[in-house]
Design a protein around this ligand. Structure first.
Ligand code: SAH
Ligand code: SF4
Length: 346
């Protein structure tokens, strides 16, 4: 895999490369459109470019693609889960969901993850490598071309910790929202993090209209330390201060994800403590009955405990919902498919 990673270049960077090749600059615009708008996976698809020139370009550049290794379609709601194979043979996952307002794609940002959260299949498998901006974009292009749809919303909630791959994720965000490219507005993009506080402040300084989603999963350091090692580096109060600041400065509502684990973080007292901790933050709480994964013994909360937890939060005047579970028949939670594939189960 030699050659410059052409889909990770800004249009201005692509223009410089085209000039280096002694070609006319309008070629850059043409190539950029093929790559970003049409999702071309090879130069041979670029039919308004001569064969000779396509060969020159193929020798100089490389297009990072995602090939569909496995695809599962939910019989219940049409959610599509992809296991993609990257050019170096690694596997990642993406999930396409249909909502009233359009298609949302949940994408991966790393192969594996370093954060090691106890309840997560991606965390249990360890870290392999960061994804490039082009590999994040290709997840969208491949899904769009496969289903013949246009994705309008992106969530960075697949495998990996987006803020641990900060530079590439930021470049991806700028490329995906470029009006010469896919043109998906920042307001339609949600970034989910386990709480890398320094990087949240970095993101804030970029002044983007992104939605921040924080995987909180606990009301205090004691419980959070026991399931999320990152909390030892960035304790919950520091994390919540960053969230408060993010909501104030961007005027965007922060979303708190809270995986309900039976007997661990789902008591009425936990709900009360959580309400106090997040009081006054412009936010929304999303309760997620945890997906059972083979790698641990966590079980989802009973409906009774879930209802009680929700009513305590709501009685404190906080926006709260239970996450609609899409694709429940196809294992749509990220990390599970790759790990099952590694074990030869799918
Ligand atoms: N690393 C980022 C984004 C990817 S994880 C983060 O942690 O936010 C996406 C979401 O799935 C997170 O909210 C994560 O906590 C949640 N998650 C992981 N394993 C889960 C499981 N077994 N059941 C339910 N949610 C899970
Ligand atoms: Fe990584 Fe997020 Fe899974 Fe934690 S929950 S291990 S941060 S992918």
């Amino acid at each position: 895999m030699s050659g410059i990673d052409v889909k990770s270049l800004y249009l201005t960077e692509l223009k410089s490369e085209i000039v280096n090749l002694n070609l006319q600059t309008f070629r850059a615009q043409q190539i950029y459109q093929w790559l970003h708008v049409n999702g071309a996976s090879s130069f041979d698809q670029m039919t308004n470019i001569s064969k000779q020139l396509r060969d020159t370009l193929s020798n100089y550049f490389h297009i990072f693609n995602c090939e569909i290794e496995k695809k599962f379609v939910s019989q219940i709601d049409g959610t599509v889960k992809y296991l993609y194979r990257l050019n170096d043979g690694e596997y990642i996952e993406a999930v396409l969901m249909k909502y009233k307002y359009g298609y949302t794609l949940c994408i991966s940002t790393q192969v594996g993850c370093k954060m090691g959260c106890e309840f997560c299949a991606s965390g249990k498998g360890g870290f392999v490598r960061n994804l490039t901006p082009s590999e994040m974009l290709s997840q969208i292009h491949t899904a769009q071309n496969d289903m013949n749809v246009r994705v309008s919303h992106i969530v960075l909630m697949g495998m990996g910790e987006p803020l641990d791959n900060y530079k590439n994720v930021l470049k991806f965000l700028k490329l995906v929202s470029d009006s010469n490219g896919l043109n998906i507005g920042m307001r339609n993009i949600t970034i989910s993090t386990s709480g890398l506080v320094d990087r949240i402040y970095d993101l804030l300084s970029e002044n983007l209209q992104l939605t921040l989603s924080v995987s909180l999963h606990a009301p205090n350091d004691r419980i959070r330390n026991s399931i999320m090692p990152i909390n030892r580096k960035y304790p919950i109060d520091d994390l919540l201060s960053a969230c408060r600041r993010y909501a104030q400065i961007t005027s965007r509502r922060v979303s708190f994800e809270y995986a309900m684990i039976n007997g661990l973080n789902d008591s009425a007292e936990d709900a009360k403590e959580l309400s106090q901790k997040i009081e006054g933050i412009h936010c929304h709480v999303n309760l997620i009955p945890i997906n059972n994964i083979k790698e641990n013994n966590f079980r989802k909360s009973s409906t009774e405990r879930l209802k009680k937890f929700l009513s305590v939060i709501r009685s404190n005047g906080i926006n709260v919902t239970v996450r609609r579970s899409l694709g429940s028949d196809i294992d749509a939670s990220c990390g599970q498919l790759r790990s099952r594939h590694q074990k030869g189960e799918v």
